[in-house]
Design a binder for this molecule. Structure first.
Ligand code: ZN
Length: 161
């Protein structure tokens, strides 16, 4: 069976950036399962997997625009630390949910200097070209329930609580 619309495909992957640094990997975990054609994974990777079969191994390079998007400098803001009332120590790396013009966004603190706190609403992988090393481990038809939900169920897929 080839990977096509309304299939659930599972694959092992190693994700590296342009310099070869490993950002993420399924090694030691269940393969990742996704519903093909539903936008569950980055578009550039989904496109490359179309038509593949179990056992196929491929390297897929996805440029930033086709992965998590380009960085948007407008999402970087400096705020006075008194905007973060109720938080004693604001540290680099902290994440907050912020109400913005684009809706609720996750912002990360990237700099703290005196009373000025810099936050960044970009996805951590925005602007990063990604390389996926992929091995397809399973391809099957999606169930009715999976199609209704728009994602894969079972090991490596979506778990409902
Ligand atoms: Zn579901």
């Amino acid at each position: 069976m080839n990977i096509s619309e309304n299939c659930v495909a599972s694959f092992h992957y190693t994700l590296t950036d342009g310099s070869g640094k490993v950002l993420d990997s399924s090694e030691g975990h269940e393969p990742l399962s996704y519903l093909h054609g539903a936008g569950n994974i980055v578009p550039g990777l989904e496109d490359a997997l179309t038509g593949k079969v179990v056992g196929d191994k491929l390297k897929v390079s996805v440029n930033a625009a086709e992965a998590y998007g380009l960085r948007d400098d407008n999402l970087v803001q400096e705020l006075p630390s008194n905007m973060f009332s109720g938080i004693d120590n604001i540290e680099v790396g902290m994440e907050f949910h912020a109400e913005t013009e684009q809706g609720l966004q996750v912002v990360t603190v990237t700099k703290v200097e005196g009373d000025q706190v810099t936050i960044d609403g970009n996805h951590p992988l925005a602007g990063v070209d990604l390389n996926f090393d992929v091995e397809i481990t399973e391809v099957r038809a999606a169930t009715e329930e999976e199609l209704n939900h728009g994602h894969a169920h079972g090991a490596g897929g979506h778990h409902h609580h």
